[in-house]
Design a binder for this molecule. Structure first.
Ligand code: G
Ligand code: G
Ligand code: MN
Ligand code: NA
Length: 254
């Protein structure tokens, strides 16, 4: 309960921050995107990672205002970066299942884009596979409304959920983000190599692009560049960083 009270206060007192982690095009080695990742800057304590407060925020419904705040911040920041340093930058925002069940989601996204002056192509939503389990058909109109805005959808942590692959046909998904558990043991582990190649081949054949997450080593990057994967993200290039540091990465990228 103390944490809940603290979280509500943190939102009111603007203690949240958005960090950005670059996404790199494997063909050009340039920054083409960024994942927005929330942090909690607690006075006297320091930076708190989302795993420590996102799950409880989902439970108590506070993820709705927090999620809206992240969307607004990310849209404004991306509009600025597109105007100055990176005209084609795409920002990805994590959307939790609870937010996806909010009937006002697509309207709010349109509003955030309008207010920021960001074109819809500048925004991508990351949703996890788990969202598509169970009564997923109820979600199809939400997907379609988001797609109609021109915003793209990426399936996060792909390969770790237990849902059927048929949803790749039923839902308008633009990008698969291969979970870092597959990338971790590349290139040593033969099975990880086979699975990653198979995911990339399937996604590309279905018209989806692929982002590899958790890339930490040069060998992993070389493997991915040869495999038909479009983008990578991971500590090898950069950790998630605050706005001013991301700006330096963009400036060096020009
Ligand atoms: O940044 P880090 O690797 O610590 O993130 C840990 C987890 O928190 C990831 O699964 C990430 O998707 C999630 N997360 C980070 N920022 C947000 C956010 O703004 N909204 C939601 N729903 N999840 C987030
Ligand atoms: O679940 P999601 O993919 O949204 O999580 C993003 C999380 O992954 C962030 O917390 C980020 O800090 C973490 N992350 C990003 N790059 C790497 C990496 O190269 N290795 C590891 N172990 N974690 C990473
Ligand atoms: Mn993510
Ligand atoms: Na992920």
């Amino acid at each position: 309960y103390a944490l809940e009270k603290n979280l509500r206060r943190a939102l009111a007192d603007q203690e949240f921050l958005v960090y950005y982690q670059p996404k790199i095009c494997l063909k050009t080695s340039r920054i083409v995107g960024a994942e927005a990742l929330i942090r909690w800057q607690m006075p006297d304590i320091g930076i708190i990672a989302p795993n420590e407060f996102i799950p409880i925020s989902e439970e108590i419904g506070l993820i709705l205002p927090i999620g809206r705040w992240v969307l607004e911040q990310a849209c404004r920041q991306t509009r600025l970066w597109r105007e100055t340093l990176a005209p084609d930058l795409v920002v990805s925002v994590n959307i939790s299942p609870r937010q996806f069940q909010d009937p006002g989601l697509s309207k709010f996204i349109q509003q955030a884009l309008d207010e920021a002056g960001l074109p819809a192509q500048g925004l991508q939503l990351e949703i996890t596979e788990g969202l598509l389990m169970g009564e997923a058909d109820m979600l199809l109109p939400v997907f379609n409304a988001i797609k109609d805005l021109g915003v793209s959808i990426s399936l996060d942590d792909f390969g770790t959920g237990f849902s059927s692959l048929s949803y790749l046909q039923r839902f308008p998904i633009d990008n698969l983000k291969i979970d870092r558990s597959f990338i971790r043991d590349i290139p040593e582990n033969h099975d990880s190599v086979i699975l990653t190649n198979a995911i990339i081949a399937m996604a590309n054949a279905l018209g989806m692009s692929v982002t590899a997450e958790g890339v930490e080593k040069a060998d992993q990057m070389f493997f991915l560049a040869d495999s038909g994967c479009q983008q990578m993200q991971g500590y090898y290039f950069s950790r998630p960083v605050p706005v001013d540091e991301f700006e330096k990465l963009l400036a060096a990228n020009k």
